[in-house]
Design a protein around this ligand. Structure first.
Ligand SMILES: Cc1cc2nc3c(=O)[nH]c(=O)nc-3n(C[C@H](O)[C@H](O)[C@H](O)COP(=O)(O)OP(=O)(O)OC[C@H]3O[C@@H](n4cnc5c(N)ncnc54)[C@H](O)[C@@H]3O)c2cc1C
Length: 467
C-alpha cells in the first residue's frame, strides 16, 4: 500500500468523495480519509439522505390520512415508526456503500481514521485500532464539512434535547416538539414529526423564517406551514431549558430583550445552523488562515494561504449544501490538475423539501434592490396550473426575476410541489445566460407543473396566457 499520493482528501462527504473521484478520472493518485467509518459525510449519514427518506415516508403517511379521501380513496393507515426508520437506515446503508464502490472505481484509497496535517504535504491518520499511518501528498484537500452549531446554555443530549442527528432517529413520536431555528433543517424535520402526529412549535430569533429566501416566497411559505399546523414564535430567543418530570420547560424571551416566558415540550430540536469543522486538523500549527467564523479561507481557486493545501465544501465560505461541495470538489481538483475549474455561485440552487417544496436559484428581489439592480418579475400561481389541479397540489407560485434592461434571468423562486426537481431547469437557464423570453418560448410538456415556470417567464413581458 503506497503512502504517497498526488491528492489526499480529508473528509469523505460530497466534497471529499467527489474530489477523490474526479482526481481518479484525471489520472491523479488519491486517498480519501474519513473518521466516521461510513463514507458519504454528513449528507449521506445524518443529513440530506436520511432526512429525505423520512420526509418522503411521512409525506405519504400524511397524504394517505388527509388527502386520499379528497381523491376518492378510502384507506386506513397506521404508522409503523420502526419500519419507517428501517427504510431510512437501508437507504443510508446502500448509498454509503455506493460511495465506497465509487472510490474504489476511481482507484482512490478509502482510509477510515482521523487525519491531522502535520506539515504541508504530510498527514498523520489515527486509525481505528489506535495506530498512526503517516501519508505524504503533493496536494491536501480539506473537506471536513460542518457540525451542528451549539445553542449557548443548552446541552444537546440527543435524547430529549436533540440536534438534527437525534431528530432523525426518535424512537417514538413526541406529543410536543419545539424546534429552535426556522431554517430549512428545522422546518424539514419539524414537518416530518408534524405529519407523524407531533404538535410542532418553531421558535426563531429573526422576524421571519428561512432568512435567505426571497421575502415574498418566505411569507407565503410560513403561511402554508401555519395552515398545516406548525406554530411559529418569531423574534424570540431560547435562553434556557430545564428538565422537568413532565418533559422540558424552555425559557424564551423576545429577541430584543424583555419579559421571559416558558414553553413546555417533550423534545427540543436545536437547529440554529451549522459551523465549519476546522478543529483538530492542526491548521493553526501550519498557519492555514481561518476567517472569523472558523472557516478555512481560500482564493477563488480553492487554494489556502499554504501552498499545496486546498479547501472545499461546508468548511469554507458559501452555502452549506451538498451540491455546492460537489461543484467545488470538481473545480478544485481540475485546478490541481492544471485545468481551469470554477464554480458559478449565481447558479447554485437551494431546496427546502417540505410540502410544498421551496426551491430557488440566483438572486432574490431583496438582494437586487440592495444592489440597485433594476429588474422585472413574472409570477404564476399553481392554482392556475392544470397538472397542479389534477394532483391536488395547488399551493404556491413560481416567480422569475429578470434584468429590466437585458431580460437576462437573475433569479427564480418556486414555492410548490416538485419545486426541487423543477429548479434544475432554471439553474441551467442562469448558467447559460438565458433571458426570460428564452424560457417563455421553450416548449414545456403539458400537463406539467413546469408550465408554471414558462407562464411566469411570459409574465416578465406581460403576456402570461393561462391566467
Ligand atoms: C439534517 C440535514 C439535512 C440536510 N439536507 C440537505 C439537502 O437536502 N441538500 C443539501 O444540499 N444539503 C443538505 N444538508 C447539508 C449537507 O449535508 C452539507 O452541505 C454537505 O454534507 C457538505 O459536504 P462536505 O463534504 O463539505 O462535508 P460533510 O458532508 O460534513 O463531510 C465531512 C466529513 O469529514 C469528516 N471529517 C471531519 N474531520 C475529519 C478529520 N480530521 N479526519 C477525517 N475525517 C474528518 C467528517 O466525519 C465528515 O464525514 C443537510 C444537512 C443536515 C444536517
Amino acid at each position: 500500500m503506497a503512502d504517497s499520493f498526488d491528492v489526499a482528501v480529508i473528509g469523505g462527504g460530497p466534497g471529499g468523495y467527489n474530489a477523490a473521484i474526479r482526481a481518479g478520472q484525471l489520472g491523479l493518485t488519491s486517498a480519501c480519509i474519513d473518521k466516521r467509518g461510513a463514507f458519504g459525510g454528513t449528507c449521506l449519514n445524518v443529513g440530506c439522505i436520511p432526512s429525505k427518506a423520512l420526509l418522503h415516508a411521512s409525506h405519504l403517511f400524511d397524504e394517505a390520512r388527509n388527502e386520499f379521501p379528497k381523491l376518492g380513496i378510502k384507506a386506513t393507515v397506521e404508522l409503523d415508526l420502526p419500519g419507517m426508520m428501517a427504510h431510512k437506515t437501508k437507504v443510508v446503508g446502500e448509498l454509503t456503500k455506493g460511495v465506497e464502490f465509487l472510490l474504489k472505481k476511481a482507484k482512490s484509497e478509502a482510509i477510515v481514521g482521523e487525519a491531522r496535517i502535520t506539515a504541508p504535504g504530510k498527514i498523520d491518520v489515527k486509525l481505528k485500532d489506535g495506530a498512526t499511518r503517516s501519508l505524504t501528498a503533493k496536494n491536501i484537500v480539506i473537506a471536513t464539512g460542518s457540525d451542528v452549531a451549539p445553542l449557548p446554555g443548552v446541552t444537546v443530549d440527543e435524547d430529549t434535547i436533540v440536534s438534527s442527528t437525534g431528530a432523525l432517529s426518535l424512537k417514538t413520536v413526541p406529543k410536543r416538539l419545539l424546534v429552535v431555528g426556522g431554517g430549512y433543517i428545522g422546518l424539514e424535520l419539524g414537518s416530518v414529526w408534524r405529519r407523524l402526529g407531533s404538535e410542532v412549535t418553531v421558535v426563531e430569533f429573526l422576524d421571519r423564517i428561512t432568512p435567505g429566501l426571497d421575502g415574498e416566497i418566505g411569507k407565503n411559505f410560513q403561511r402554508i406551514l401555519g395552515k398545516q399546523g406548525i406554530k411559529f414564535q418569531l423574534s424570540t430567543k431560547v435562553v434556557g431549558v430545564e428538565k422537568t418530570s413532565a418533559g422540558l420547560s424552555v425559557t424564551v424571551e423576545p429577541a430584543a430583550g424583555g419579559a421571559q416566558s416558558k414553553i413546555d415540550t417533550d423534545i427540543m430540536l436545536v437547529s440554529i445552523g451549522r459551523i465549519a469543522y476546522s478543529d483538530k486538523l492542526g491548521l493553526a500549527d501550519i498557519g492555514v488562515a481561518l476567517d472569523s467564523r472558523g472557516r478555512v479561507t481560500t482564493d477563488a481557486y480553492y487554494k489556502t494561504n499554504v501552498p499545496g493545501i486546498w479547501a472545499i465544501g461546508d468548511v469554507r465560505e458559501g452555502p452549506m449544501l451538498a451540491h455546492k461541495a460537489e461543484d467545488e470538489a470538481v473545480a478544485c481538483i481540475e485546478n490541481i490538475a492544471g485545468r481551469a475549474g470554477h464554480v458559478n455561485y449565481d447558479a447554485i440552487p437551494a431546496v427546502v423539501y417540505t410540502a410544498p417544496e421551496v426551491a430557488s436559484v440566483g438572486k432574490t428581489e431583496e438582494e437586487l434592490k440592495a444592489a440597485g439592480v433594476a429588474y422585472k418579475t413574472g409570477k404564476f400561481p399553481f392554482t392556475a396550473n392544470a397538472r397542479a389541479k389534477t394532483i391536488a397540489a395547488t399551493d404556491g407560485f413560481a416567480k422569475i426575476i429578470a434584468d429590466a434592461k437585458t431580460d437576462r434571468v437573475l433569479g427564480v423562486h418556486i414555492l410548490g410541489a416538485n419545486a426541487g426537481e423543477m429548479i434544475a431547469e432554471c439553474a441551467l437557464a442562469i448558467e447559460f445566460g438565458a433571458s426570460s423570453e428564452d424560457i417563455a418560448r421553450t416548449s414545456h410538456p403539458h400537463p406539467t407543473l413546469s408550465e408554471a415556470i414558462r407562464q411566469s417567464a411570459m409574465g416578465v413581458e406581460g403576456w402570461t396566457m393561462q391566467m
